[in-house]
Design a protein. Structure first.
Length: 248
């Protein structure tokens, strides 16, 4: 996949995704794919398929439980190592952050390094697994007790597949989040408490109106709403679990 922009729009997918391959195509289209650093809609430095890094140091060392990204010089196409790697990453990272360079905007020409496709795919797979786990836990939190139920994933497994994928997309984009002990406010997917209650009732029309996010494009928000609302239509929609951990 090139570093020039989004993957192709999934072809022939009028209905929501019914398997992992279709969902991954949609997710990569929503997030875009770039082998260079850029800032997302929130001004956070990102690379690959929406892979956010909070600092240049973390971009070099990698997050815990994740593979490290591998970088090379755009011009020389040679791997970067040691001090040369740290210096090059900090230079590009700082530049796109300070100049608020989004994908496009000449960012590809202005940046000097690229991450390898193989290393980006490995981190993407790990983060997708994390998002899947977060979406599964979405229904298991008892707001009054702030603990997990003893029967893990009971409600998630009962959801239509398109709703499962909708929640994974939201978790991938927002993070699982949780409740801040000081402010008592919720973050990430966990802030959508009304949506959670509505999904439990099976009111897909109402739930489709409660999944809107700030930040993602209107197109992405509308698609996710359609994935949820799809279950209101009189169609034969398979209900099964997306538990394959997305073998890429």
């Amino acid at each position: 996949m090139s570093s020039s922009g989004n993957s192709d729009v999934p072809k022939g997918l009028i209905s929501p995704p019914y398997n992992d391959d279709q969902f991954i195509k949609w997710l990569k289209y929503f997030e875009g794919y770039y082998e260079y650093f850029y800032v997302d809609t929130k001004g956070l430095v990102t690379i690959g398929t929406g892979l956010m890094y909070e600092s240049a140091d973390v971009a070099v060392s990698g997050h815990p439980q994740e593979d490290k990204l591998e970088f090379y010089s755009k011009d020389a196409i040679t791997p970067l190592r040691g001090d040369e790697l740290i210096k090059a990453v900090k230079k590009d990272f700082t530049m796109v952050k300070d100049m608020h360079l989004a994908a496009g905007m000449g960012t590809e020409k202005k940046t000097t390094i690229r991450a390898t496709t193989e290393s980006l795919d490995k981190v993407f797979k790990t983060r997708l697994e994390t998002a899947t786990e977060g979406a599964r836990k979405y229904f298991e939190i008892d707001d009054s007790l702030s603990i997990l139920y003893t029967r893990p994933y009971k409600y998630f497994y009962q959801l239509p597949i398109s709703v499962q994928y909708a929640l994974i997309d939201m978790d991938y984009n927002l993070g699982t989040g949780g409740q801040n002990k000081k402010t008592k406010k919720y973050s990430g997917l966990m802030q959508y408490r009304t949506l959670r209650k509505t999904l439990k009732t099976g009111d897909w029309d109402k739930a489709a109106g409660e999944c809107h996010r700030k930040g993602p494009s209107a197109y992405r928000n509308n698609q996710i709403a359609k994935w949820i609302k799809w279950n209101s239509y009189k169609v034969i929609a398979p209900v099964y679990n997306c538990v394959n951990y997305f073998d890429l």
